[in-house]
Design a protein around this ligand. Sequence first.
Ligand SMILES: *[C@@H]1O[C@H](CO)[C@@H](O)[C@H](O)[C@H]1NC(C)=O
Ligand SMILES: *[C@@H]1O[C@H](CO)[C@@H](O)[C@H](O)[C@H]1NC(C)=O
Length: 521
Amino acid sequence: MKFSYKFILPYICLILFGIQCGGYKILAVFPIPAGSHEILGNGVVNHLLKAGHEVTYITPFPKNKTIPNLRYISVVDNIGHLNVTLINLKLLMSRNIQMDQDNIFDMMMNLTKNTLKNKNVLYLLNDPNEKFDLVLTQWTFNEESSGIAAAFNCPYIWFFPYEPSYISLALIDEVTNPSYTANIEMRDIPPFTFWQRLQLLKFQTWKIWNNYFYHRHIEKEVFDYTFKPILRRKNRTLPHYEELRLNASLIFGNYHVSMGQAIRLPQNYIPIGGQHIDEVVPTLPKDLKKIMDEATNGVIYFSMGSNLKCKDLPDSIKQALLKMFSRLNQTIIWKFEEPIPNIPKNVHILQWAPQLSILAHPNCILLISHGGLLSMNEAIHFGVPLISIPVFYDHLYNADKSVSKGIGVKVDLTDNLADDLKVAIHEILNNPIYRERMKETSFIYHHRLAPPGKVLVHWVEHVIATRGAVHLRSPALLVPWYQKMYLDLALLLCLGLVLILWILRKLYCFNLQYKVKSKQL
Ligand SMILES: *[C@@H]1O[C@H](CO)[C@@H](O)[C@H](O)[C@H]1NC(C)=O
Ligand SMILES: *[C@@H]1O[C@H](CO)[C@@H](O)[C@H](O)[C@H]1NC(C)=O
């Protein structure tokens, strides 16, 4: 019988294909107990599952449903470790408390420690039978979770929920130049004035100094304490924290240039902003759909995100807002966490709101939010202009950014909120420029080679297939700062100059002595 390649080829392909797409084992680490972080983590995990991979998911929000190829590792007690006074709107307004940098560092360090001593997590880390091809971990204001990759002896990828900045880029390339790069923790938008440039330089230098001299050794202690025994049990030695924290294969950024600044990026920074938004948006519940369909003057959707609660606002502000809304011709959908008595006809309260489906409705003409990156992202996705009432961290920067892009208006969180908001609403509804700019921005956002979920899966598979994608790493990572600035050369030149001056002086003195001597003779 003649042996036919035509016959056997499909089987060879099938076998090869089977090996290649056999599904990798991926450990996803998203321990921050906040709604927006959950949404981002779920998005990442869903894309990996859809691509046929097997995901173990460390999360404070495990679901009861069993999903094929998905295993939850619950860190549900992380929920108690977020300082709720920091996100209480009333307290934020009355005491003027600031979420300052050390505040965030301490809170996140506690959260990380709590994650790493969670018994489910420790069980997983210590189990000699557990194997992973990749750890995909959210950055939690420290680099402890790089140790998880060491425990499983596999490459790891950071997920950054924020726009790229010197903090993320320092982990794979180098810090950004503060003279023209916006900093998400400051609010200035380039081009900067002299004074702004000074402030940005001061802030960035202080932050790097502070991290290096005050935070790093705390991190190192926790790292050694947690991971040394684990690695010892597995008969391996733990790499140095300093080395491992800079050993990520890639960074996935919750970012797209339409949402932020056009920043210079190294090869292994992969923007996947918008990955959490499914291509098919769930349909609205019937009653809500009816409200939105019938809103001939348009719908204004008001939500302060999943962490901040509008019910915490002072009563006077709540009443003033309701009164102001009642005078508008638009329908207001307000995400508010408890029932309100005597609400005006055109205001609808929702304790939980399907934000994406609301924004996707053609009658939605305005989003009022806290300036969180996800809300801004979603507004751009659906092309809805926005008003931001920034509260903390990157909100201030996001709000100013939306103003500079011409897609939104900013309103401060003060006792005068209702009046200021009224002015802002009139501005957005009566000036078509916001809608036009938003349409352009939305076009840029959608005009990509591939949807962000596909990009995510591609790079995850690339990192695993190339055992850590070492070829993508920036050479800048290994060069000390003084060498980048050629300070060693400058020092050498200075020394050379001093030497030459010294020689000249010696010659001159010698000459003088010689002359004096020859006169005496
Ligand atoms: C509401 O609509 C009425 C009638 O169309 C109009 O006269 C009024 O100015 C509108 N009010 C606002 C606040 O736009
Ligand atoms: C850094 O990552 C590469 C690729 O994943 C790996 O081969 C190497 O062992 C890692 N280095 C350390 C110190 O863990």
